[in-house]
Design a protein around this ligand. Structure first.
Ligand code: KIV
Length: 295
């Protein structure tokens, strides 16, 4: 497997701020995207895409496509490991999956989720977990859920040199507390709380904030208020960046998908058809043909 770093090559936008790279569609620089590039993009008003990835092969596809940030989300729980939700995912599992994604990529900034139970206890626990994701797996940053309740954890990580992406709105690790997956920040009080949480995350040193399942108007307010980028998922088009779970956008997910999901390809049908074609040829004695046979 190779990753040839062949992001679509359009004219790179020259930055008045010196060395920086266009996050998507610029010329290759031969180096990984960093959190500084994301800060520059916010100042330049440049939007960028983020996708999840859970293994080296898929990560290399997205890296070659020029996706600048890949998230090894704990959504691996439902999309890769066969769990019902993200809660059972362990730090050991994310260290393993993140290592694979890092090995499959050359350019993308790889952000790894801190799974449920790996940071809530204390800033010290968060730091131990974050250090594992950087040191053992090679991640460039970590992501954790929660606003003010996670502020001390963010401060401890950032102080130790671990870049942190915060996750607000619908935070799936709290699915049992929420009683399901629903849009957050719809009333004035919870909207103000979300704004306060976003400001707290920025003040604590987070380099970006994911906003999941919040009304577009609220996400736009947060995006305008913050100096760090917002990454929307079900948060409307006004965010600085957008993220989708790769299995959703590629049509691999079965059953109900959220309103915000757009399916860009029906990979499930394509793979199913390929498997059936292979099976038919095996049963019919057509495969392997002479061109696939040694003599
Ligand atoms: O785990 C994940 O995939 C996420 C995204 C939905 C942002 O947190």
């Amino acid at each position: 497997m190779t990753s040839n770093n062949s992001a679509p090559s359009t004219a790179a936008s020259a930055s008045a701020e010196g060395p920086g790279l266009t996050l998507y569609g610029g010329e290759g620089t031969g180096r990984r995207v960093t959190v500084r590039d994301l800060a520059r993009a916010k100042r330049a008003g440049e939007r960028w895409p983020m996708l999840t990835a859970y293994d080296a092969m898929i990560a290399s596809v997205f890296d070659d496509a020029g996706i600048p940030v890949l998230l090894v989300g704990d959504s691996a729980g439902n999309n890769h490991l066969g769990y019902e939700n993200t809660v059972p995912v362990t730090l050991d599992q994310l260290v393993m999956l993140t290592g694979a994604v890092v090995r499959g990529t050359k350019r993308a900034l790889v952000v790894a989720d801190l799974p449920f139970g790996s940071y809530q206890e204390s800033p010290e626990q968060a730091l131990r977990s974050g250090v594992r994701l950087l040191k053992e797996a090679g991640a460039g940053a970590v992501k954790l859920e929660g606003g003010q309740r996670s502020a001390r954890q963010v401060e401890a990580l950032v102080a130790a040199g671990v870049p942190v992406m915060a996750h607000l709105g619908l935070t799936p690790q709290s699915v049992h507390a929420f009683g399901g997956y629903r849009v957050q920040g719809r009333d004035a009080e919870s909207a103000e709380q979300l704004i306060a949480d976003a400001k707290t995350m920025q003040a604590a040193g987070a380099f970006a904030v994911v906003l999941e399942c919040v009304p577009e108007e609220l996400a736009a307010r947060v995006t305008d208020l913050l100096e760090i980028p917002t990454v929307g998922i079900g948060a409307g088009v006004r965010c600085d960046a957008q993220v989708l779970v790769w299995t959703d956008m590629a049509g691999m997910t079965t059953g109900h998908t959220a309103k915000f999901v757009k399916q860009y390809v029906d990979l499930r049908a394509a793979l199913g058809d390929a498997a059936k074609a292979f099976a038919g040829e095996v049963v019919g004695g057509v495969y392997p043909g002479p061109e696939h046979t040694f003599h």
